[in-house]
Design a binder for this molecule. Structure first.
Ligand code: PMP
Ligand code: GLN
Length: 383
């Protein structure tokens, strides 16, 4: 075939953002804040530009930023990553995930993904010449089903991708679940790609279970995170990856011929800004308040919110709507909601390889309270 990705079209996020714009809908579809990052961070980047930090940085990232990331990983999760050899700054989590897969997965390998999952994983696996093996999360709870994961492992399994807190369902893995994963993988040499971009958004006292907290998992894991999420700057596309040296050596071989480096002034700005951990330590409380506001408002609609333990996404069940609407497949329901109610959402089916319909849609609450109120008023009026 001519196409490397024959099944792939335009992503659901692009499609729904375009429709939201066309319909002047409140865009609770694509995940991004409608407010700006901290002015101190903006100033730190401007200062970096004025100080002449505008040429290529070192391939693996500005040393001060790698050091700041290492300090954070040690302080929060207790693992000492060597910033010289075990941390690389990337162009967002998206590039980190693709680069890790291209560097570590071979043609003919299998990579296990847990459905529903983020839309970039499978195309990335296909580009590496490997096969994505889809294992569903437990129906209803969206928690990992270790029996099914175990049953999916074959001699060809090279890696497993995990994502906690989870996009789209907001599930947060427990320490016990991480331990069960470690137990399951112990007799194998399967790698773990841990997508932790929502690490600082865990609610109701939940503690983020980074692979970095679990020595056995960390030894076989590539950890990925993103400043886009943590600092409310999704358009900057700066993230990072942390992994043991042997894995990171391979990662960097691909990274240097992929992007080679990531923009310099943002890295300096972030390095200065991260010296104070307060903003990311307060992020969970910040988003928990928005989650609570949003869920309180949803109680006055026919949408039923599912549990939300983390991330800035709320999944809603629309089976309680009048039959004609409730019968719509998720993609059509989200289009109807955007056009008729003026609120854009993302169908959960977009995260399922089999496109299954469960009358579920994802709404993003990373919005100003006034935006959430406007969206809730519209939902109350139409649903
Ligand atoms: N993984 C997940 C689970 C995400 O939700 C996102 C962003 N929506 C990414 C990766 C990509 O992050 P970035 O914008 O830093 O590339
Ligand atoms: N990660 C964001 C989301 O899940 C979207 C990023 C993108 O548009 N690819 O909504």
């Amino acid at each position: 075939p001519v196409s490397r990705l024959p099944q792939v079209g335009t992503t659901i996020f692009t499609t729904m953002s375009a429709l939201a714009l066309e319909c002047q809908a409140v865009n609770l579809g694509q995940g991004f804040p409608d407010f700006d990052g901290d002015p101190r961070l903006m100033q730190a980047v401007k200062d970096a530009m004025d100080a002449g930090h505008n040429q290529y940085p070192p391939m693996a990232g500005v040393p001060a930023l790698r050091q700041a990331i290492a300090d954070k990983l040690l302080a929060l999760y207790g693992r000492a990553y060597d910033p010289a050899h075990e941390i690389t700054v990337t162009a967002g989590a998206t590039q980190a995930i693709l680069t890790a897969i291209l560097a570590l997965v071979h043609p003919g390998d299998e990579v296990i993904v847990l459905d529903p999952c983020y839309d970039s994983y499978e195309p990335n696996i296909v580009l590496a010449g490997a096969t994505a093996v889809h294992v569903p999360l437990t129906a209803g709870s969206f928690r990992p089903d270790f029996d099914r994961i175990a049953a999916a492992i074959t001699p060809r399994t090279r890696a497993l991708i995990i994502n906690s807190p989870h996009n789209p369902t907001g599930t947060v893995w427990s320490a016990d679940e991480m331990q069960r994963l470690a137990d399951l993988l112990r007799p194998t040499d399967i790698l773990v790609l841990s997508d932790e971009v929502y690490e600082h958004m865990c609610f109701d006292g939940q503690v983020h279970q980074s692979v970095a907290r679990h020595p056995e998992l960390a030894a076989r894991a590539v950890l990925v995170s993103s400043f886009g999420k943590t600092c409310h700057v999704t358009g900057w596309k700066v993230g990072y990856t942390a992994a043991p040296r042997a894995l990171m050596d391979e990662f960097r071989k691909v990274h240097q011929f992929n992007v080679f480096t990531v923009n310099t002034p943002m890295q300096h700005g972030l390095a200065a800004y991260l010296a104070d951990p307060t903003p990311y330590l307060e992020l969970s409380a910040f988003y928990q308040a928005k989650r609570d506001l949003f869920r309180r408002g949803l109680a006055d609609t026919a949408l039923r919110p599912l549990p939300c333990e983390g991330t800035y996404f709320q999944v809603v069940d629309y089976s309680g709507l009048p039959d004609a609407i409730a019968a719509l497949p998720e993609a059509q329901f989200c289009q109807w909601l955007t056009r008729e109610a003026g609120v854009a959402a993302i169908p959960l089916s977009a995260f399922h390889a089999d496109g299954r319909n469960q009358q579920l849609a994802r709404l993003c609450f990373a919005k100003r309270d006034s935006t959430l109120h406007t969206a809730l008023e519209r939902l109350k009026r139409h649903l």
